[in-house]
Design a protein around this ligand. Sequence first.
Ligand code: C5P
Length: 402
Amino acid sequence: MSRCLQGKHILLGLTGGIACYKSAELVRLLVREGADVHVLMTPAAQQFLTPLTLQSLSGNSVATDLFSLSEELHVGHIRLADLADAYLIAPATADVVAKLAHGNADDVVTTVALATRAPLLVAPSMNVNMYEHPAVQENLERLARRGVRVIPAAEGELACGWHGKGRLAEPPVLLAEVERAVTPPVFAGERIVVTAGPTREFLDPVRFLTNRSSGKMGFALAAAAWRRGAEVMLVSGPVSLPTPHGVARRNVVSAAEMYEAVADEFSRATMLVMCAAVADYRPAVCQPTKVKKQSKGWTLELQPTIDILASLKPQKGNRFVVGFAAETDQVEEFGREKLERKGLDLVVANDVSRPEAGMEADMNAAILLDRFGGRIELPLMNKADLAEAILDRIAELRQRTA
Ligand code: C5P
């Protein structure tokens, strides 16, 4: 949980499409994240869902009418516009997209879109032929040029029976977009490579050496960096986590593959956050066929893998580079040693011998050591919160290095 929505005033405009039912789910998600949600509905949207449903879910009265004596007395559409931290229109029909593109304001949803200074997000939803119509595409492009965040429709089965682009983006995607809209874009212009998960070093086609890393910490960092405005490339070892919305991903298996991918991305990156638990050793040989069970033992010869961070040190330039130090003893001493040897700006040192924290767990604690001599101790917290705290520190230190 990012907590970025706590206490934020989010306006959600519904227009006349069957996807209004997804917006009801979105209201629940927004409320669960601590947002104060105000729903606005066009007359057509009220054909699909009743204002009472959305009032019950949001806990606030629903704006349906510009000229209602009671609604205008209660909140007022200009007050709503002023109150907003972000305004999302979802679903946005072709008609409403056209009105927004041209600045029409003949209902409460479009009027508030003109009246607010808050970031405006528009999530279109319609039949595929309508969505692909040049008139609709031109209107969406016009909105995007004006700084409106257009959340593209997804592809799939459409309620009208067609298959194609036109489905309203799913509620978790809309939630992530709203979270990003209310988060200060401190990493705008940064291209951040985040690595995550374990690597696998094969002994034969079916057996490998690996470690307990789940990828949770790296995925949380990637999601949080995107929310703060960065372009994010996640280089992930084998994990079973979904790619966070907005983040690009490259999958790798071995330490050698991770090196190839990171070295390739590094040339275009402005920051590297090396959170992956890369294997330090791999079998000297990988047998081409499965090794048969034998009564005698099997002695493995291991050789070191390439140290990705250390090998990129000469090309570092003014990139901001973060390493992780997972230790079971002398956490801080080993963390400091890595900071020096790998030429890092920041080390996130953590004690992975604690049963409640570290690898696989949902929680972690860490000590942040930086090259300016700073030391910050972060107590046990969930990995999403830890990701935010680490990025807060990176943003502070970045100002000294950029
Ligand atoms: O040396 P050690 O493996 O303990 O260092 C951990 C840090 O170095 C992590 O940031 C990890 O991603 C990175 N690492 C690396 N290449 C390796 C092994 C670890 O870049 N082969």
